[in-house]
Design a binder for this molecule. Structure first.
Ligand SMILES: *Cc1c(COP(=O)(O)O)cnc(C)c1O
Length: 428
């Protein structure tokens, strides 16, 4: 079928989509809500509510403290071993605990202390602010003269290889990057960059928050040292669900977490007075796992593993290509600019459209005036001028994309955004 800007083409693509059935596995109770924000907070899988209810009722309610010996104690490492399957790691190299920020803190501090005599931490200006703040805080706390250096972009869409590689030297302790940039969706080739870092003797720490569940990952094959990632975005684990961390097996005994909580001890229930770290991935845990929050991750992982990340990636590429095609045909002539790489091999699973009035256009998408339309489109606004449209291939349909872009076109053509305030809300 020839590509066209007509709705029939979107419907045809949905019909041919081998993953289309997964949409029914999610709670989608408002047919007029087009959700393009699964890269900030994934949708609720239909089976999660019952799973959480039974964790509360039968687990907490009936089992009480005995629940710890009926699976709770191992939950961080057991869920870790399932995430390991998703990211190409060994089962004993991943644990689910704490938040992405806290995990970054633990691993960055451990890596800098291990790499004595090397003084730079290399990152880039696309990194998520919490990542950069955590690195600045670790450097401040260690007070050992480390410096954070950032690779720069020239077009605010991508980081040229040479701009990054020239910063990696014999003085680099750690290269810490987010694989898929949260604004532009620019995507690094982890294998290539990791190899360059290793050649200079640096360790690598990859933040996979915008990759996991959408992009195939092979951490072992790519020889990655350290990684962290988020479970509430493409993994659909629920708001604030715990994050994961990965430490390559041979590094586990060499690195020391800066936070010596009792769950990092080799025998938490021996209650000894002196800390003695576990010799496995558990040494990077801190404290009692949040069972109710962890429970939300389980049913969500079933869905991702069943769909298969390679299949999800294939659909995601087809959908972002379709979105970019529609934008080129209908939106660029109205003053939008494409804020993401054109090459799908260099792009994650979202597309950014830039417009000087992006904020007010987003408000008009999210909150239409009575009588205008009943259709709401939920994207993300990312300052200063990005409208970020997230594709979650488990449940985003081609028709969602079609309808969202039609709505954007109308908001521009009819100047609908002009009646919205420029005042920013707290969470955009
Ligand atoms: C979402 C995200 C985070 C979130 O960190 P929290 O500790 O969960 O608030 C961190 N880094 C990146 C790159 C992200 O995309």
């Amino acid at each position: 079928m020839n590509r066209t800007t007509a709705e029939e083409y979107a419907l045809e693509l949905d019909q041919q989509d081998p993953l289309a059935g997964f949409r029914e596995q999610f709670v989608i109770d408002d047919p007029d809500l087009i959700y393009l924000d699964g890269n900030s907070l994934g949708r609720l899988p239909a089976r999660t509510a019952a799973h959480l209810a039974s964790t509360v009722q039968e687990g907490w309610g009936t089992q009480l403290i005995r629940g710890w010996n009926q699976g709770w104690y191992e939950m961080p490492t057991r869920l870790g071993s399932r995430i390991a399957d998703l990211i190409g790691a060994r089962a004993d190299e991943v644990v689910v605990c704490d938040s992405t920020s806290v995990n970054l803190f633990k691993l960055a501090a451990a890596a800098l202390r291990f790499q004595k005599g090397r003084n730079t931490l290399v990152s880039d200006e696309f990194n998520f602010p919490t990542d950069l703040y955590i690195f600045q805080g670790v450097i401040d706390l260690l007070d050992a003269g480390h410096q954070l250096v950032l690779a720069r972009s020239e077009d605010s869409i991508s980081i040229p290889d040479k701009n990054l590689l020239q910063l990696i030297t014999g003085d680099t302790a750690l290269l810490a990057l987010t694989q898929v940039a949260f604004k532009s969706a620019f995507m690094y080739d982890i294998q290539e960059v990791t190899a360059a870092a290793h050649q200079a003797g640096a360790l690598t720490l990859w933040d996979l928050s915008h990759s996991v569940g959408a992009v195939p990952l092979k951490l072992n094959e790519w020889d990655v040292d350290l990684a962290v990632g988020c479970s509430y975005k493409y993994l659909n684990g629920g708001p604030g669900a715990p994050a994961f961390l990965y430490v390559r097996k041979d590094l586990q005994e060499k690195l020391v977490s800066p936070i010596w909580g009792w769950f990092a001890d080799r025998e938490p229930f021996a209650f000894r007075l002196d800390f003695s770290p576990a010799d496995d991935i558990s040494r990077f845990q801190i404290s009692t796992p949040p069972i109710l929050s962890l429970a939300g991750i389980e049913p969500a992982l079933d869905l991702i593993l069943e769909a298969g990340v390679d299949n999800l990636r294939a659909k995601s590429i087809q959908q972002t290509e379709y979105l970019i095609y529609l934008a080129q045909e209908n939106l660029l002539p109205l003053g939008f600019e494409l804020g993401s790489p054109l090459d799908p091999a260099r792009r994650g699973s979202h597309v950014s459209l830039r417009h000087p009035e992006a904020y007010r256009i987003c408000r008009a998408l999210i909150d239409p005036r009575p009588g205008d339309t009943t259709m709401r489109v939920v994207p993300d606004f990312r300052a200063p001028d990005n409208i970020r449209l997230g594709i979650a291939p488990l449940y985003t349909s081609y028709r969602d994309i079609f309808r969202a872009l039609e709505r954007l076109k109308k908001i521009l053509e009819k100047d609908i955004y002009l009646s919205y305030s420029k005042e920013r809300q707290a969470v955009t």
